[in-house]
Design a protein around this ligand. Structure first.
Ligand SMILES: NC(=O)c1ccc[n+]([C@@H]2O[C@H](COP(=O)([O-])OP(=O)(O)OC[C@H]3O[C@@H](n4cnc5c(N)ncnc54)[C@H](O)[C@@H]3O)[C@@H](O)[C@H]2O)c1
Length: 339
């Protein structure tokens, strides 16, 4: 039996409480939030669960093996480090930390303490995203030319971090996951309209290996909820629309084929191009709730001594890209190399 304490019961924490409570071999023994009003909501629904306003009570507790951290991003490093040092396994929400050094330190501490460190990159547990990765790896899309990803809505406006750090971790984690790589360089541009301190909008251009171009557009100041990713390959094109529950993935047999040499070009290696617009396939996807899969995976890794799919290194790769994008944003779109 894995005994879990969850720190942070605001908007996202209750989803983690619900999903962990439904998993066999897991017992949610304590919940913590510095705001007592947030905790009171759980009294009736989870009567046996201990409620604490001080996270140190969770870390001291001998009846807790693992800690789940769903507090604002600027608290992740401190809470995750203290939890690991207290001998707890840790699942920390995205972004893992707010800078590269802190992420590296958490990895080192987890290794030293021999405790599991996992990051809540939920989309890597999303069956639609997993299907896209399989399509790319099987060569169904041909050579991937470019990928665009949009995460837009009106709200939720964060106080601690900008829209880049809050929203783009999902897109970067999806891109790294489906390409099986990380970008070599990034250019980001954005704007702070509501408060000078935080960008509400960012356009991020990423250069992935194998000449794959990617663009991420994130904003919490947009009229519509948009969460989509388009992958354009030489053979097929895919639209992943996370808001469309009827057709999360659409595979378009569309493209532009190169035919023989174009004689009108004087034979200088130019090809004739023929557009192709074939069938549209909407594959049936068993949408087992991604967050539930993530929670199950965390428990399975601890109970069966496995390495998490979204381990500290995975979280660090995302933080490295965000960090470089942030630097570019502050320098007005200068290209930043990612080591
Ligand atoms: N994986 C996902 O899809 C997903 C979705 C939404 C949010 N998140 C992440 O979850 C985290 C929380 O986001 P949210 O929207 O729930 O924020 P929120 O502000 O609604 O909730 C955070 C809660 O943490 C509490 N808190 C803050 N500091 C604390 C401390 N030191 N000790 C105890 N409690 C503390 C606050 O009182 C608040 O109730 C963020 O890191 C966010 O990026 C992930």
């Amino acid at each position: 039996m894995l005994r879990i304490g969850i720190i942070g019961c605001g908007y996202w924490g209750p989803n983690l409480v619900r999903d962990f409570s439904e998993i066999e071999d897991v017992e949610v023994t304590a919940l913590c939030d510095s705001n007592p009003d947030r905790l009171n909501r759980f009294k009736r629904r989870y009567p046996g669960v201990r409620l604490n306003t001080a996270y140190t009570e969770i870390l001291k507790s001998k009846t807790i093996d693992a800690v789940v951290i769903a507090t604002p991003a600027n608290t992740h490093y401190k809470l995750a480090k203290e939890a690991l040092l207290a001998g707890k396994h840790v699942l920390v929400e995205k972004p893992m930390t707010y800078n590269v050094g802190e992420a590296e330190e958490l990895i080192a501490v987890s290794k030293k303490q021999k405790k599991t460190l996992m990051v809540g990159h939920t989309f890597e547990f999303n069956p639609a995203v997993i299907r896209i990765k399989e399509l790319i790896e099987a060569g169904e899309l041909g050579k991937v030319y470019y990928i665009t990803s949009r995460r837009l809505n009106l709200g939720k406006i964060r106080e601690d971090i900008n829209a880049l750090w809050n929203l783009a971790p999902h897109d970067i984690s999806i891109l790294n996951f489906i390409t099986g790589s990380m970008p070599l360089g990034v250019k980001a541009w954005g704007g702070s309209f509501l408060k000078q301190s935080h960008e509400d909008l960012a356009f991020i251009n990423l250069a992935y290996p194998d000449n794959i171009i990617a663009n991420v557009h994130v904003s919490w100041l947009d009229p519509l909820k948009v969460r989509d990713t388009v992958i354009v390959g030489s053979k097929k094109m895919v639209l992943y629309d996370d808001v469309d529950s009827e057709a999360r993935i659409k595979i378009y047999d569309k493209g532009a084929d190169k035919l023989g040499n174009d004689s009108s070009s004087g034979g200088f290696g130019e090809f004739q191009i023929k557009l192709r617009a074939g069938d549209l396939l909407i594959p049936k996807i068993d949408m087992t709730e991604p967050l539930k899969q993530e929670c199950r995976h965390f428990a399975d890794c601890i109970l069966n001594n496995k390495s998490p799919k979204t381990d500290g290194e995975n979280g660090l790769r995302v933080v490295k890209v965000l960090n470089a994008a942030h630097e570019s944003l502050k320098k007005g779109g200068t290209e930043i190399e990612i080591s």
